[in-house]
Design a protein around this ligand. Structure first.
Ligand code: SF4
Length: 404
């Protein structure tokens, strides 16, 4: 009877999945084939990735209580997938002074944050001192808060302005309180794709140089990839291989986070014939292949609830993901491109979603140190979030009005 569950799985996919479950390293070609799996192969892929996840991470699903802070949306780099950047003369352009950033940090701490994720546009009037001033100001008031900040694009910009040696520049930021860096600005690490999606952003070799230098001075980073636009499965597989090779050399990546392309409001989809983001099977294949291809080098695979939405995020937990990412509190980069899944997913809501798929909820630090386990739902702490206003409709309107 159980044999029937494997009926239709192609011999080649079966061989690759078996190799992955035996912890043998997959090739780039293997990853390309898995990224195209359909039908019985697709379901076998998800099952194998879920099995590998349980071997690698057990039943824990981690999350971090964090707040995103985008200190400016002024940016002229002109990435074609971006819906966030503004010209400084636009009415909704902003460039927050330090006092506003501190206010946001205070609010985050009151809501239980252990981390701030700080990124912004490349504002032409700023320089390396601006990045350091942000770190110093926040650390002065909140020395215990982890600052996860500045993409390789921002590091590149600040470094070029500074005239310093790259490692010295990174140490200078680290001394001011930088804890880890986001491995964003990666998109697809293939210059033929970058020439279309981010023609004026740093090239692949520079991204690698910055990430390796950060790891060398003790600044760990995430690793990311943006999929669902113009890339091929071969380019995705080569990108994963590049990350795996860096990890073998430095061990500096904390996790891998695949980021689905949000298409609605940008040039890349509306004027350049990109695909309208990933389909549901592509999202799940991406998570599953990352799990199998990156093991044992990168064992944390995070899904993005902002890109996928909470229900598909739950499904991703059954397809190889072990990390739910962060609460975010204030997300605008995906929202400005057209994402509909909100800006904030409070910790109690993440715990509810994880519990619904039968897994153990764990709050972690940025670097995956376990801060708190939530084994017994009856002992879940009260929410620290302000109660959101509820807009009721239907009979709720008159029944509640008459009973109050
Ligand atoms: S993705 Fe970043 S660097 Fe590119 S245009 Fe948008 S804000 Fe600027």
């Amino acid at each position: 009877m159980l044999d029937r569950l494997l009926t239709g799985v192609s011999p080649e996919i079966g061989r690759i999945l078996e190799a992955a479950l035996d912890k043998r390293e997959l090739t780039v070609r293997d990853a390309s084939l898995l990224l195209s799996a359909e039908g019985a192969d697709f379901f076998a892929l998800l099952r194998a990735a879920d099995l590998a996840r349980s071997e690698d991470n057990g039943d824990d699903v981690s999350f971090v209580v964090t707040r995103n802070i985008n200190f400016t949306n002024v940016c002229y780099v002109g990435c074609t997938f971006c819906g966030f950047a503004r010209h400084r003369d636009e009415a909704d352009a902003y460039d927050h002074p330090l006092e506003v950033l501190l206010e946001k940090a205070r609010d985050a701490v009151a809501r239980g944050a252990t981390e701030l994720c700080i990124q912004g546009g490349i504002h032409p009037n700023k320089d390396h001192h601006h990045y350091r001033d942000i770190l110093l100001a926040i650390k002065r008031e909140f020395p215990g808060l982890h600052l996860h900040a500045f993409s390789p694009e921002e590091i590149d910009f600040g470094h070029r302005k500074s005239g310093m040696d790259l490692r010295d520049y990174l140490r200078w930021l680290s001394d001011a309180g930088l804890g880890t860096i986001p491995g964003t600005a990666a998109e697809i690490l293939d210059d033929s794709v970058r020439a279309i999606v981010s023609p004026r952003k740093l090239r692949t070799a520079r991204w690698i140089e910055i990430i390796k230098a950060a790891h060398a001075v003790g600044l760990r980073s995430t690793s990311t990839l943006m999929y669902g636009h113009i890339e091929s499965v071969e380019q995705v597989a080569a990108h994963l291989n590049l990350l795996r090779e860096i990890q073998k050399e430095t061990g500096g990546f904390t996790e891998f986070v695949p980021l689905g392309f949000i298409h609605e409001r940008n040039i890349l989809f509306n004027h350049m014939n990109a695909r309208p983001g990933a389909s549901m099977p592509e999202d799940l294949r991406m998570i599953a292949v990352a799990r199998l291809f990156l093991r044992p080098w990168i064992s944390n695979v995070q899904m993005s609830w902002v890109k996928m939405g909470p229900k598909l995020a739950q499904m991703a937990l059954l397809a190889g993901a072990n990390d739910f990412g962060g609460t975010l509190m204030e997300e605008s980069i995906s929202r400005e491109s057209g994402s509909h899944f909100g800006e904030n997913l409070p910790a109690h809501e993440i715990r509810r979603l994880v519990r619904a798929v039968g897994r153990t909820r764990v709050e972690r630090s940025t670097t995956y140190r376990i801060l708190r386990r939530f084994d017994d739902p009856a002992e879940d702490p009260p929410s620290l979030e302000p109660e959101p206003p509820r807009e009721l409709s239907g009979p709720a309107r008159w029944r509640l009005a008459s009973s109050s």
